[in-house]
Design a protein around this ligand. Structure first.
Ligand SMILES: CC(C)(COP(=O)(O)OP(=O)(O)OC[C@H]1O[C@@H](n2cnc3c(N)ncnc32)[C@H](O)[C@@H]1OP(=O)(O)O)[C@@H](O)C(=O)NCCC(=O)NCCS
Length: 182
């Protein structure tokens, strides 16, 4: 994913999708700052008051060729991101064959096809970069994210019981995977 592409949301608005680089660190921090105040934050691991992510390690992570951080922009504002990180690429047993994925989009821009589009680009990158299996974890109450992943061919392969507490309620965490056939 080297060039920016335009994507039309179901409501007609056009957003730009491109790789997030180290130089986008400030835009990413601004995005997280908005997201922790957004209703969509509820069933994610992000939270209001979370510590600011370390600049140096973020830059390394964004610019690492074993990862793809994809951003969706409305003008100059980052409004969504989707990531894939190869797990243990230097370990000769794991070899980065599993790619952990996740997406967050500001509420105003959800259910407009953007999550699906980002997943398609992430999957293309994964296939082209030797990833064998996509991996995601989702709280059991996150129906929108679960339907989005199931629609894109992920399967629920496991469950972590009592993984977190949200509004005094235990959250189970589903483990979802998608094997990428050759
Ligand atoms: C989860 C998320 C990335 C999905 O992206 P999205 O842009 O909203 O999803 P899309 O519009 O591409 O929808 C794709 C499919 O997801 C499902 N979906 C979308 N919105 C839904 C909703 N409100 N309720 C149930 N299913 C829904 C549908 O199956 C939809 O298929 P359709 O296009 O045929 O209707 C996005 O909603 C989001 O960022 N939510 C907040 C943060 C979050 O929960 N992230 C995941 C943490 S693990």
């Amino acid at each position: 994913m080297n060039r920016a592409i335009k994507f039309k949301l179901k409501n007609g608005k056009v957003v730009t999708i491109r790789r997030i680089r180290g130089t986008d660190y400030d835009a990413m921090m601004k995005f997280f700052d908005k997201f922790v105040r957004d209703p969509g934050v509820k069933y994610t691991s992000q939270y209001l008051g979370q510590p600011k992510k370390n600049k140096e390690s973020c830059i390394k992570m964004y610019d690492n060729p074993n990862n793809l951080f994809l951003g969706a922009w409305d003008g100059d504002n980052l409004i969504g991101e989707s990531t894939i990180t190869k797990l243990a690429p230097d370990n000769p047993k794991y070899r980065g064959l599993t790619g952990e994925t996740g997406s967050i989009i500001l509420n105003k821009y959800t259910s407009q096809g953007l999550g699906g589009k980002l997943k398609t680009i992430i999957e293309k990158w994964a296939r082209e970069n030797g990833v064998h299996k996509l991996y995601a974890e989702v709280y059991h109450k996150n129906i929108r994210s679960l339907s989005n992943l199931l629609k894109h061919g992920y399967t629920i392969v496991g469950i972590k019981h009592d993984a977190a507490i949200i509004d005094k309620e235990w959250m189970h965490e589903y483990i979802l995977e998608k094997i990428l056939e050759k």
